[in-house]
Every structure is written in structure tokens, then in C-alpha cells.
Design a binder for this molecule. Structure first.
Ligand code: CDP
Ligand code: CDP
Length: 225
């Protein structure tokens, strides 16, 4: 049996990375967090004092940026030009600017090429916004994870509280909605359910319950591959 490409897309805080990591560990597949790549570029833009609105200047930076990952517990380590930026890419400032940066054509073309290269041999669980539609259109398993905006904001709020980040629930809910809007309305590879993706609504579901539902879907696909 060939190793599958598993694409997990959906809006912010739907549980994509949590679920993708568990699946990759259980299947002994590689996990790829494509959002971390866009966050890494955004971090570079902000720290090099480039105006995030200046598409030409941001685009000129892209060929100079080398993004890499290393296994880590509880989160995968992320490096930019070999410097670790795992924590920095989750800042409020990076989160507030990442949707703009990831709407730029040069940024998307470079990241899509990198993601396809990593996934070329299969055995990969990749999470993002455009994996099923653009990056891996032939993926054997495509999941579109959703949950109500309120539940997604609450999940992120609890996560941030645990990290000591001070944003209120209302601020997080607004930021999540704003990012979802930008991600779904941009011109290139917007956040969208692929026609052949299976939508899983995780509102009210625990992490093990979601993992169970998706494993059933994967087993069905493995049976036909
Ligand atoms: O984990 P969270 O939902 O906060 O977001 P993320 O997966 O880290 O992605 C951060 C941002 O990167 C998204 O809001 C999108 O703007 C962008 N992104 C994208 O455009 N395409 C992807 N395949 C993944 C992320
Ligand atoms: O990657 P994405 O932004 O889609 O979401 P995530 O970072 O995997 O999940 C956001 C938060 O929701 C994490 O703290 C998860 O533990 C939590 N979560 C949950 O409470 N219930 C689920 N069914 C899935 C995730």
C-alpha cells in the first residue's frame, strides 16, 4: 500500500494542527504545518522593518529566506535562516499581519513549491488553507475542519491563557473573524473547501472524537488505494 498524502484545511483554530500532529504520529507520517511557513515569512518582514503593506519589498525578501523544521515536543521547532523562531511566530503581531503577507503571489508560489517538494513521496499530513485545493490537489484524503467562530475563539483563548498571553475573548474572536475573512476572500488560493474534501464539524467534539472520525475516513481511503 502506498503512503498517502493527507490534506487538512480549515479556518483558524478549527483544530487542524492538533489533529494533524496526532494523525502523523500514529501513522508514522511527516507532519507539515504550512501556516508556520507563512508565519515565519511574516516574522522576517516585521523584524527586518519592511512595511507589510509593501508587496514589492516583501516579495524581494522571499528568495533570501530559508525555512526549516525539526521535531520538537510539544511543538515542532521552526527555523528561519537556521535561527529558531518557534515561539516568536505565534505572537499577536505576527498573527495580525500573516494573512496580508500570505496573500502575495510571490510568497504563495514559493511556499507552494516547498510544500509540494516535501510531500512528493507521500506519507505526509499537511495542514493549511489551500492544501486540498492548490498544493496537493491529488491528495487521497482531504479533510475540511470547521467549528463555530465562538468555539474556535474560546479554544484559542484557553490556549493563550495557558501561555500567559493577555488578549480577551472578544479580541480573539474579532481577530479570528478578520483573519478568516481575509483568508477566504484573497485572490490567490483562498481558504475554500475542495470539492472532493470531507467536511468535519468539530463544534462540541473533543480532540479524541475528531481523531476517531478522521481515522475512519482514512481507513476508507486506504481500502481503495
Ligand atoms: O493556527 P492558526 O489557525 O492560527 O493559523 P496558521 O495555520 O498558523 O496560519 C496562519 C495564517 O497563514 C493563516 O491565517 C493564513 O493567512 C496563512 N496560511 C495560508 O495562507 N495558507 C496556508 N496553507 C496556511 C496558512
Ligand atoms: O491549527 P488550528 O489553528 O486549526 O487549531 P489548533 O491550534 O490545532 O487548535 C486550537 C486549540 O483548540 C488548541 O488549543 C487545541 O487543543 C484546541 N482544540 C480543542 O479544544 N478541541 C478540538 N476538537 C480541537 C482543538
Amino acid at each position: 500500500m502506498n503512503e498517502l498524502q493527507i490534506a487538512i484545511d480549515g479556518p483558524a483554530s478549527a483544530g487542524k494542527s492538533t489533529i494533524a500532529k496526532i494523525l502523523a504520529t500514529d501513522l508514522k507520517y511527516v507532519y507539515v504545518d504550512t501556516g508556520a511557513m507563512y508565519r515565519a515569512i511574516t516574522f522576517a518582514v516585521l523584524t527586518q522593518n519592511v512595511n507589510p503593506k509593501d508587496e514589492v519589498a516583501v516579495s524581494a525578501m522571499v528568495p533570501e529566506l530559508e525555512i526549516s523544521f525539526a521535531p520538537g515536543n510539544p511543538v515542532q521547532k521552526v527555523f528561519l535562516n537556521r535561527q529558531e523562531i518557534t515561539t516568536e511566530i505565534r505572537s499577536v503581531e505576527v498573527t495580525a499581519n500573516v494573512s496580508l503577507i500570505s496573500s502575495y503571489a510571490v510568497v504563495r508560489t514559493a511556499m507552494t513549491a516547498l510544500q509540494r517538494k516535501i510531500a512528493a513521496d507521500g506519507g505526509v499530513v499537511m495542514d493549511g488553507r489551500d492544501i486540498g485545493t492548490t498544493v496537493l490537489p491529488a491528495a487521497q484524503v482531504k479533510i475540511f475542519l470547521i467549528a463555530s467562530v465562538h468555539e474556535r475563539a474560546l479554544r484559542r483563548y484557553k490556549e493563550n491563557q495557558a501561555k500567559g498571553m493577555p488578549e480577551s475573548l472578544a479580541e480573539i474572536e474579532e481577530a479570528v473573524q478578520k483573519r478568516d475573512h481575509l483568508d477566504s476572500t484573497r485572490q490567490i488560493s483562498p481558504l475554500k473547501k475542495a470539492v472532493d474534501a470531507i467536511e468535519v464539524d468539530t463544534t462540541g467534539l473533543s480532540i479524541p472524537e475528531v481523531v476517531h472520525v478522521i481515522k475512519e475516513i482514512i481507513h476508507q481511503q486506504q481500502a481503495v488505494n
